[in-house]
Design a protein around this ligand. Structure first.
Ligand code: AHR
Length: 521
């Protein structure tokens, strides 16, 4: 095409695009009001010994041709550092209740099987010290899940002693001999995993008796953490809307004495409209897009319902609701091992992630920790790898765009969301949260769920003299657009044009987009 013709074509396309009719949504943000802190731990991750989540995804071994530091891949570390991962839950999941930590320390590793996830060999080459090294490299804290299902209180107690003792006990010396004289800091401990299912099919009463024993005897010996407030002890909680399990644990909590305690209750909730998971992660259309978003928005009711029960027994909200498994769970990618839970990650997942993070932020007084499932190569991951190749998913970019919300103060934002309808499904057209960071800067996140129509936003900003605004938006050509090893930049954030006019923030949201704006005063 000749240069002049090309320029005229570009201008014509730009004029046509700006002429697309857009619905208008008005938001009100009031900086003079503020809510709780949006804990950085809401942006936590989960890495299980499952498929290529650990082996190949994180650990390639020191002799690998893939660039690594002490066996941990450098490309994955660099990508995770950029999203400021606060904590990683490990080693499972269902795997945790069959994990025996001794198999994975020292020069001689015990080779076992991984019956939960494909029955493959578990070499135990990635164990406690490798996990801590990985966390140190990415700058995150450990969330350890101890084995209640097939382990014993003594085994878990010795694991904590190995990790945290500073006095010269035999286990402390063993850790030092393994190259780690300084005690590790373990700030989070999960006592079992889904004990009502893969964690041992326990009744509430049976679990409670185990919980009390583990809570009593599995101690943190790190001198900097002996005040129990320094380690969140997280009990197994519900896996859906049924509140009986929550009721039982919280009732016990209310009457607990000096000899046992918890300060966290886990909640697992995947976006999976049907079991077994049958929705495809690629090659879908607007019907499946709207069905999945409808399903994911059920997180709001679920948290409200479970929090209400917690409020009855813990009105001061001392116990954190820890949503330590969440995300989309789709059908395994054709040709993959079904036990490896491999799925692609699309623009739909980016919107799904934003909606859930916003729900957590709105419940930040009770929900102070969450861990998406899972970090690399499994379910709704941040990163996909294939041998030496790595690609960042749309969900990764959401976590990156939300970094300014980590530990920011929630600021109420009110709006009439309008609606987006597809067939018999009606969803809110937009969703939004606002927060003030430590320097006082206002951050606004706005999601346009409508995959077809842009939305014009006009936000009134009380309690601030706004001068200018800037930000980024994540959108894609299609709802099922993905990043691949060959085309890694299909869904990546781009600068967005936002203005302050007459004290109001004005911008246009692209269809199916997630936008984060900062307002300069
Ligand atoms: O994340 C995959 C599995 O889902 C976990 O191992 C288990 O806790 C849950 O059922």
């Amino acid at each position: 095409m000749r240069p002049l013709l090309l320029i005229l074509t570009i201008i014509a396309i730009a004029v046509a695009a700006s002429a697309v009719p857009a619905d208008k949504v008005e938001l009100s943000v009031d900086l003079s009001k503020s809510g709780p802190t949006i804990s950085r731990y809401l942006f936590g991750q989960f890495a299980e010994h499952l498929g290529h989540g650990i082996y190949e995804g994180i650990w390639v071994g020191p002799d690998s041709a893939i660039p690594n530091t002490r066996g941990i891949r450098n490309d994955v570390v660099a990508a995770l550092k950029a999203i400021k991962v606060p904590d990683v839950r490990w080693p499972g999941g269902c795997f945790a209740d069959e994990y025996h930590w001794r198999n994975g320390v020292g020069p001689q590793r015990v080779v076992t099987l991984n019956p939960n996830w494909g029955g493959v060999i578990e070499p135990n080459t990635f164990g406690t010290d490798e996990f801590m090294d990985f966390l140190n490299q990415i700058g995150a804290e450990p969330y350890i899940s101890v084995n209640v299902g097939s382990g014993a209180p003594r085994e878990a107690a010795e694991w904590l002693e190995y990790m945290t003792a500073s006095q010269p006990t035999t286990l402390e010396k063993e850790r030092a001999a393994n190259g780690h004289p300084a005690p590790y800091k373990v700030g989070f401990m999960g006592i079992g995993n889904e004990s009502w299912a893969c964690g041992g099919n326990m009744t509430e009463d049976y679990y409670l008796s185990q919980l009390k024993i583990y809570s009593r005897f599995v101690r943190n010996f790190n001198p900097e953490q002996q005040d129990t407030d320094q380690m969140l002890k997280i009990a197994v909680g519900p896996g859906g809307p049924d509140t009986r399990w929550t009721e039982a644990v919280m009732k016990a909590y209310q009457t607990h004495g000096w000899s046992w305690d918890i300060n966290g209750l886990s909640l697992h909730s995947y976006t999976v409209p049907h079991w077994p998971p049958s929705f495809a992660s690629v090659g879908f259309g607007e019907t499946e897009y709207s069905q999945i978003l409808k399903s994911t928005l059920e997180m709001e009711d679920l948290i409200t319902r479970q929090s209400a029960v917690m409020d009855q027994y813990d009105p001061q909200k001392k116990v954190t609701l820890v949503v330590d498994e969440w995300g989309a769970w789709y059908a395994p990618l054709p040709g993959s091992n079904p036990g490896f839970l491999v799925q692609q990650n699309s623009m739909r997942d980016a919107i799904l992630a934003a909606l859930n993070l916003n729900i957590f932020a709105r419940h930040a007084d009770r929900v102070r920790m969450a861990n998406i499932a899972q970090m690399v190569n499994v379910l709704q991951s941040m990163i996909l790898t294939d041998k030496e190749k790595m690609v960042l998913t749309p969900t990764y970019y959401i976590f990156k765009m939300y970094v300014p919300f980590q530990d920011a103060t929630f600021v109420p934002v009110t709006f009439d969301a309008g609606t987006y309808t597809n067939g018999n499904i009606t969803l809110p057209r937009v969703d939004a949260i606002a927060a003030k960071d430590k320097s006082g800067k206002l951050w606004l996140e706005i999601t346009n769920l409508d995959p077809n129509q842009p939305v014009d936003i006009e936000a009134s900003l009380a309690g601030i003299t706004a001068k200018s605004a800037s930000g980024e938006t994540l959108t894609a050509p299609m709802v099922d657009s993905v990043n691949t090893f060959d085309a890694p930049n299909t869904v990546v954030p781009k600068p967005v044009s936002a203005k302050v006019q007459g004290g109001k923030l004005v911008l246009r949201l692209e269809p199916k987009s997630v936008t984060v704006i900062s307002v300069q005063q």
